[in-house]
Design a protein around this ligand. Structure first.
Ligand code: UD1
Ligand code: CA
Length: 462
């Protein structure tokens, strides 16, 4: 058996009421069609074709390498889409697995079981069905007196009696390729939607119709509306959280944790409520993340603690501390045991081992050496209105509160700066940089001011 896969993903998804093609709507950071393709991991197909139409270029752009596309110019129905896909499928494939691009809860185990059941069965087709309490708009599976499947009727075409059937067509089939091609040639479009229905091929392929009745109705759920999208998101979040917890991650309130599909979290890390770990994020072992964090494209080292922070494309080193109330913009690299504290924004900032930026600062386009401490309220003035410039701060530097570093500027190692300094010139190793007006002290000023005000009052002023 040489297996090919055709995924139907050309529809706009009218019921989504969206400018975005349905299969590009995301769940846990991955487009719907990506979830469907991920379920193929157990079956190793020879060739995979995704049938695209609405937003064809955008859909094609998200597909993994090695997946081909076929364009269905007009959406004439799932049967028509299947024939478009079949025409593009490698001629070597004698068996074809047909999937819809809008069923993100699909499991690799189900696909593997279906393909296994079909192989060697001698049947021309094996389908997946499921029993739902509310069969809604799904196609209903028709069976004869002996319990054999005879076909599928779409909800729009069903009689009230057929609508009462709770066994539904999941839209997942394995066909003998030649039998499917021949049957598609005979399918018409005389139905409520005026479309070529793929399930209409079932009685035409010849011989008994195999059916794998899924024990878990959820895995076949299709996304047709945003309500379905939210329900599938919830189901996938529950799955991802469960996988993490079983791998040794603590979540006192799992319902308050959101993770994208590709996130990894090490053992004994605690994820507190309000944590969103988005695509490209890896968290090490023994960390505490949250409450209230958004991390996207971040690498967090072992033993780090991150509280109430938003961080994007950043590295947080082992045993480092971030937050509360920190904003790490792309290119922030906080080394081991470093600290980015409260009301601190960083961007393109390399902060060395044990270096600290504890309070109320903006550090952009900056390099800070090992063990340095940045005073409260320090700012890198990195933008002159035209271009960005760099600030270099050496190791073991201690800056006073409220300093501004007017870039480009360099501070050597072991430098100190006076509080309130506007540093415009380089400060060499071991020196103090101070730049502020000298303070004047006027003795007895307050008493004189009071006397003056009193005199003005007595002469009739207010
Ligand atoms: C389809 C089935 C229904 C089944 C349900 C399971 C048909 C006629 N009906 O209904 O029996 O219970 O799936 O989820 O097959 N598509 C194309 N080109 C087209 C039409 C559709 O590529 O011309 C794609 C869509 O993008 C979608 C998939 O096929 O990914 C299914 O189409 P959809 O309109 O969602 O079918 P349902 O009404 O859900
Ligand atoms: Ca659907």
């Amino acid at each position: 058996m040489k297996l090919g896969v055709v995924v139907l993903a050309a529809g706009l998804g009218t019921r989504m009421r969206s400018a975005t093609p349905k299969v590009l709507h995301r769940i846990a950071g991955r487009p719907l069609v990506g979830w469907v393709l991920a379920a193929l991991e157990g079956v190793d197909p020879v060739h995979t074709v995704v049938v695209v139409g609405h937003g064809a270029d955008d859909v094609t752009a998200v597909l993994p390498d090695g997946v081909a596309t076929a364009v269905q110019e007009r959406q004439l129905g799932t049967g028509h889409a299947a024939s478009v896909g079949l025409n593009a499928l490698d001629a070597a494939c004698d068996t074809v697995l047909l999937l819809c691009g809008d069923t993100p809860l699909l499991r690799a185990e189900l696909i593997t079981e279906l393909v296994g059941m079909h192989a060697g069965s001698g049947r021309a087709v094996t389908m997946v069905s499921a029993d739902l309490d509310d069969a809604g708009a799904y196609g209903r599976v028709l069976r004869d007196g002996a319990g054999e499947v005879t076909g599928v009727v779409e909800a729009q075409d069903a009689t009230p009696g057929q609508l009462a059937i709770t066994e539904i067509n999941a839209g997942i089939f394995v066909f003998d390729r030649a039998a499917l091609a021949a049957a598609l040639g005979q399918v018409g479009s005389k139905n409520a939607q005026g479309e070529m229905y793929l399930p209409d091929t079932l009685p035409l392929v010849g011989g008994p119709i195999g059916a794998l009745r899924s024990a878990d109705p959820d895995v076949v759920a299709g996304v047709n509306t945003r309500v379905d999208l939210a329900a599938c998101e919830a189901a996938i979040q529950a799955r991802l959280r469960e996988e993490l917890m079983l791998a040794g991650v603590t979540m006192p309130d799992p319902s308050g944790v959101y993770v994208d599909h590709d996130v990894t979290v090490g053992q004994d890390t605690v994820l507190l409520p309000g944590v969103h770990l988005r695509s490209g994020t890896t968290v090490g072992e023994g960390c505490t993340i949250g409450p209230d964090c958004v991390l996207e494209g971040c690498a967090v080292g072992d033993g780090a603690s991150v509280t109430a922070a938003h961080a994007f494309s950043s590295e947080i080193g082992p045993a480092a501390q971030v937050g509360p109330f920190a904003y790490l913009r792309p290119g922030t690299r906080l080394a081991e045991s470093g600290k980015i504290g409260t009301f601190v924004e960083t961007k393109n900032a390399r902060i060395g081992r044990k270096a600290k930026v504890p309070h109320l600062s903006y550090m952009g386009d900056v390099e800070i050496g090992e063990g340095s401490n940045i005073g409260a309220g320090n700012i890198t003035a990195n933008y002159d209105g035209f271009r960005k410039h760099a600030t270099r701060i050496g190791a073991r530097v201690k800056t006073g509160s409220d300093c501004v570093f007017v870039a480009p500027v360099t501070l050597g190692d072991d430098v100190m700066t006076g509080a309130g300094s506007i540093i415009t010139d380089d400060v060499p190793d071991g020196a103090l940089g101070i730049a502020r007006a000298r303070q004047a002290v006027i003795e007895g000023f307050t008493a004189k001011a009071v006397a003056k005000a009193k005199a003005a009052n007595d002469s009739g002023g207010h």
